[in-house]
Design a protein around this ligand. Structure first.
Ligand code: DAH
Length: 368
């Protein structure tokens, strides 16, 4: 070794015995532990990411504590115990800090219930109400369901066959005048249905007999809108097809319906009428709900209110749908929903039903 090199290694302590050299290094380690301890004491965040970095830095598998433990083997035997104790309490300090901040963080996540006045009234939740036409429809349907009728529905955009021709309303039939409607310019064979009778045809065409259905739905007519009529409204139609159905069955079914709907003391009457799809046909009136048959402005002084059309299904209509009219027959009826709803709720103008004014609509909560 030349003199220069000797001087350098003496400064670095290389010529000292190994134990003394290590004692110097240990002083440094202990100093570092003191600095780390200050860092641990100062750490005060329970934000999950920062807490996790803390854990990795001090307690992780490649962390500071593990690193210092690795130094143990270099420590002179007589000082190992003391160094071990220092390391253990250092490790414990890091672990305690981590545990306490983690616990504080998790209670923070649950909102505190303290300071809440449980006796305060809650925020009101606005509850909607059903449309008066829906209420009336549901009521009508549920009465017929109790008699064993099933609900059937069909399209509002219909072809000429199902809305007119199959129902004996041939192309130039004068009865079509009463049911003028809106036609689709893309295909003049398509129209907005004028009644729910199209559903009768569609059900009969399926060929599954007997049939006992009730058909609620929206219908359209090309009419000037006024307080009494609108270009769209709602109907419920009924159809019963079986062997040996009689007009008495029709009367009894409708009588039951009226009593359930309007009360025990309401009377009914049938007037002969004409519909191309029924023979014989009738219109059914009920005694006026307002004047009880005495005569008033609502019933135009007659004491009666017309509520539906009905009749025995025309044999040709059955044949149009592929049903053997020699074996099967049946009855049908159809009624508007708006008219009884106007009566029931004492509403004077049919247009109110479709104006969507919440002040009007909110007033209805039950059908009867
Ligand atoms: N479809 C008729 C109309 O809209 C109502 C009607 C009358 C339906 C007699 C029927 C019926 O099923 O038999 O004016």
């Amino acid at each position: 070794m030349n003199t220069q090199k000797k001087a350098k290694s003496a400064r670095a302590g290389n010529n000292r015995p190994a134990g003394i050299r290590y004692l110097r290094a240990m002083d440094q380690i202990l100093e570092q532990i003191r600095q780390y301890t200050t860092e641990i004491n100062a750490f005060d965040s329970h934000a999950p990411e920062q807490l996790e970095s803390f854990r990795i830095r001090f307690l992780g598998t490649k962390g500071i504590v593990k690193n210092l433990m690795g130094e143990m083997k270099n420590v002179p035997a007589d000082q190992r115990k003391e160094f071990g104790q220092v390391l253990n309490s250092f490790k414990q300090a890091a672990q305690d800090k981590y545990d306490s901040l983690r616990a504080a963080g998790s209670t923070d996540a649950a909102p505190s219930m303290a300071g809440i006045d449980w006796s305060l009234p809650g925020d009101p939740v606005p509850v909607g109400s059903r449309h008066p036409v829906t209420l009336m429809r549901n009521r009508i349907v549920s009465i017929f369901q109790r008699l064993g009728f099933a609900v059937a529905e069909g399209p509002e955009i219909e072809d000429d066959w199902h809305n007119f021709t199959a129902l004996n309303l041939a192309e130039n039939h004068p009865a079509r005048d009463m049911q003028d409607t809106f036609y689709l310019s893309r295909n003049p064979d398509w129209l907005l249905r004028t009644h729910t009778s199209n559903v009768q045809i569609r059900e009969m065409e399926k060929g599954k007999l007997p049939i006992r259905i009730i058909c609620p739905g929206r219908v359209y007519r090309n009419e000037t809108v006024s307080a009494r009529s609108h270009c769209f409204f709602h109907q419920v139609e009924g159809l019963y097809i079986d062997e040996q159905v009689s007009f008495a069955d029709l009367k009894q079914t409708l009588y039951y319906f009226v009593k359930e709907m309007f009360g025990e003391d309401v009377r009914i009457r049938f007037r002969p009428s004409y519909f191309p799809f029924t023979e014989p046909s009738a219109e059914m009136d009920i005694s006026c709900l307002l004047c009880k048959g005495e005569g008033c402005s609502v019933c135009k002084r007659t004491g009666w209110l017309e509520i539906l059309g009905c009749g025995m299904v025309h044999p040709q209509v059955l044949e149009n749908c592929g049903i053997d009219s020699g074996r099967y027959n049946g009855f049908a009826f159809g009624m508007g929903i708006e008219r009884p709803a106007l009566l029931k709720y004492g509403i004077k103008d049919i247009r109110l039903f479709s104006e969507n004014d919440l002040r009007f609509l909110e007033q209805f909560t039950s059908a009867i």
